[in-house]
Design a protein around this ligand. Structure first.
Ligand SMILES: C[S@@+](CC[C@H](N)C(=O)[O-])C[C@H]1O[C@@H](n2cnc3c(N)ncnc32)[C@H](O)[C@@H]1O
Length: 199
């Protein structure tokens, strides 16, 4: 059964037009995250919850002209903003739910997901769907251009120990979904968790 995504679409639909202007300085952080995923020229990568496509050009730079870059998002206004900014030149945009991807099993080398997992209704199941589409040995990068503490402060909330992205929560969550956490960085200037798809 699919979920009702009205809330996500309304929330991000209202923010799509201003999204890039709100975070104008994040480009280098996305580029560094994309470059650190272990992708090679010719690889296939999905930006899950791509929003306005802020990562697409950086991902294209690492996979090169023969690689495949896909961006999937549920919110039409986000994808429209990606087209307006010309970022659809760097990758193919799909209006799709990352929990039900229109992709074959093992068809990708990696998934990049920035600011996504906190918005997933069923992270354990949804991370398993991301594992389905990635080949064994492929990668998942969970990224955010600021760390957990800085994000909580920006959103005016306390960071609680049951936070999904706390290392002690994330590692078993990923393991249960077919991913082995191989590196974890949570500092003011970035959050980056890298995982490898188990066989
Ligand atoms: C915080 S924004 C991040 C956007 C972009 N990755 C970035 O870093 O600028 C989260 C995005 O995830 C999308 N999203 C949330 N749940 C989704 C789902 N189940 N499937 C696809 N996209 C989803 C939202 O529409 C939104 O564009």
């Amino acid at each position: 059964m699919g979920h009702d995504h009205t809330h996500v679409q309304e929330f991000f639909g209202a923010r799509a037009a201003d999204w890039d202007a709100r975070f104008p300085d994040d480009g280098p952080a996305y580029a560094a995250a994309a470059a650190g995923m272990g992708l090679r020229p010719g690889d296939s990568v999905l930006d899950a919850g791509c929003g306005t496509g802020r990562a697409l050009t950086a991902l294209r730079d690492v996979v090169g002209p023969r690689g495949t870059v896909l961006g999937a998002d549920l919110t039409p206004e986000m994808l429209a903003a990606a087209v307006r900014s010309g970022r659809d030149a760097a990758g193919v945009l799909l209006r799709a739910d990352v929990a039900r991807l229109p992709l074959r099993a093992h068809s990708l080398d990696a998934v990049f997901a920035a600011g996504l997992i906190a918005h997933l209704p069923e992270p354990a199941t949804d991370l398993r769907e991301l594992a389905r589409v990635v080949r064994p040995g492929g990668r998942l990068a969970l990224f955010h251009p600021i760390g957990r503490a800085a994000l909580a402060a920006r959103q005016g909330r306390q960071l609680t120990p049951d936070d999904l992205r706390a290392e002690g929560m994330l590692r078993p969550l990923l393991a249960g979904a077919g991913w082995r956490l191989v590196s974890y960085v949570d500092e003011d200037a970035r959050f980056l968790a890298l995982a490898v798809r188990e066989d």
